[in-house]
Design a protein around this ligand. Structure first.
Ligand code: ADP
Ligand code: ADP
Length: 230
């Protein structure tokens, strides 16, 4: 089997607080996982550990054959390969949409300006926001900004995408446009782990729904089984 992301016996603490308890997870290439569970159960922590935004205490995380260690080299490799989208869009306010999308490919991957611009324009088109390329983030709606954040991550040509409650900060009327973009990505075969409370999205795209509570994975199932009334 082609396993892209694997977590073995991962333990995570914040000080003395035990945030992840013996987490084991394998994600196949092309698989879509929805992570759900109550607030504070460790969902965000779990995905943040995958690209080492949070260090772990023990256990093992392997992304496409690279084992994460505290050394900068493996962290750089994994961050280049795994794109992340946050609840807050985290766009640079002083840069245009286009510049936001060109920055990391040029800085981190050494892509030439012309190629970075062509790639950025292509992905901005793909999230249907190509006509906003020269605007600044504050000139866009929340839903548009989140689609820019998705395009920006895609410009690094990641092998997998992590979404941390990408629609939670949006006004209700903008949730659908962002979910539609994510559904499109899923249909194109992207490997995805999504922390979301959008259960309609989970039913529509998830291969597996994972339920967490108190830092532990307590259920893993297909959406059909997961949402079946008991
Ligand atoms: P979820 O995404 O399921 O809401 P989180 O992963 O954000 O949960 O948080 C899990 C637990 O870890 C919560 O109790 C939270 O308060 C705690 N926590 C998260 N980040 C930190 C931090 N930087 N320092 C201390 N505790 C934290
Ligand atoms: P679309 O339907 O193409 O996603 P919208 O109808 O959301 O676009 O927005 C139309 C125009 O209004 C956009 O060019 C955008 O820049 C601007 N706009 C939308 N919402 C806001 C907002 N909250 N603040 C500032 N400008 C906005």
């Amino acid at each position: 089997a082609d396993i892209l992301i694997r977590m073995d016996n991962v333990e995570k603490y914040y000080g003395s607080f035990h945030a992840l308890k013996n987490v084991n997870l394998t994600v196949q290439r092309g698989e879509k996982i929805v992570l759900c569970g109550p607030s504070g159960s460790g969902k965000s922590t779990l995905i943040r550990c995958i690209n080492h935004l949070e260090p772990i205490k023990s256990g093992r995380i392997v992304v496409d054959g690279t084992e994460l260690s505290d050394g900068q080299k493996s962290i750089d490799i994994v961050r280049r390969e795994v794109g992340m989208v946050f609840q807050q869009f985290n766009l640079f306010p002083h840069m245009t949409v286009l510049e936001n999308c060109m920055l990391a490919p040029m800085r981190v991957r050494g892509v030439k300006r012309e190629e970075a611009e062509a790639t950025a324009r292509r992905f901005l088109e793909r999230v249907r926001i190509g006509n906003q390329a020269d605007k600044y983030p504050a000139q866009l709606s929340g839903g548009q900004q989140q689609r820019v954040a998705i395009a920006r991550a895609l410009c690094m040509e990641p092998i997998a995408m992590l979404f941390d409650e990408p629609t939670s900060a949006l006004d209700p009327e903008m949730v659908k446009e962002v979910l539609d973009t994510m559904v499109g990505l899923a249909r194109d075969g992207m490997t995805m782990i999504c922390v979301t409370h959008e259960m309609g999205f989970a039913r529509q795209v998830a291969d597996r729904v994972i339920f967490m509570a108190d830092g532990e994975i307590i259920e893993e199932n297909t959406p059909e089984a997961f949402f079946q009334a008991p």
